[in-house]
Design a protein around this ligand. Structure first.
Ligand code: GLN
Length: 197
């Protein structure tokens, strides 16, 4: 079984661990570089990206995670995790850092300007129709050429994939539906068996 870590600096770590366990992965929390080195894939949970950014620096995880992602570590970020995987953030704090990896610009708290949280049904390419939960969620304003748009809600891009990096503005970990996590586990397993370029 693939070993999949959940970055456990801040956010809804437990919900992701439970989902990954349901999908047949060996799920464990990751807080230190040594723990990061042992996983085949990494989930970055929902929470608060400015806090996560600060804690990543404090725990010495900013560079190690950036570096592993550059080296091809599969990663999936939900909500704040999506922000952490973005190359560029709009409406972030001035000193806010991201891991990057996905060539996109996200706008923080974008939906939140109208309504703090909402649920809707969203078609996600390769996954199906999902009940999607948005909580002070970002949306994606720009995607680079290597980025596939997997889904939209209210006309805005809310799910993307670039190679083995996946990001959603919503929180599948807060529903009983594990298909989004299953999709990520499949990417991790495929990445583990593909030959190095
Ligand atoms: N608004 C949060 C942020 O900027 C994200 C909210 C969430 O993860 N539910 O990080």
């Amino acid at each position: 079984d693939p070993v999949i870590g959940v970055l456990a600096l801040q956010g809804d770590v437990r919900e992701h661990l439970r989902m990954l366990g349901e999908c047949g992965a060996q799920a464990r929390s990751v807080r230190r570089p040594e723990e990061l080195a042992e996983v085949d894939g990494l989930v970055i949970p929902g929470g608060e990206s400015t806090t996560m950014s600060r804690l990543a620096e404090e725990f010495g995880m900013l560079e190690p995670v950036r570096d592993q992602i550059k080296r091809g570590l599969p990663a999936y970020g939900s909500c704040a995790g999506m922000i952490m995987l973005a190359q560029t953030v709009e409406d972030g704090r001035p000193d806010q850092q991201t891991f990057g990896g996905i060539d996109m610009t996200v706008r923080r708290n974008a939906f939140g300007r109208q309504v703090d949280s909402f649920e809707t049904d969203t078609d996600i390419d390769g996954v199906g129709r999902l009940r999607t939960v948005f909580i002070r969620a970002p949306w994606v304003e720009r995607t680079g050429t290597g980025v596939d748009v997997l889904g939209r809600a209210a006309g805005k891009i809310v799910a993307v994939r670039q190679g083995n990096l996946l990001a959603t503005a919503f929180h599948p970990e807060l529903t009983g539906d594990s298909r989004m996590h299953r999709f990520f586990v499949t990417l991790v397993v495929a990445g583990a068996t593909s030959t190095e370029e």
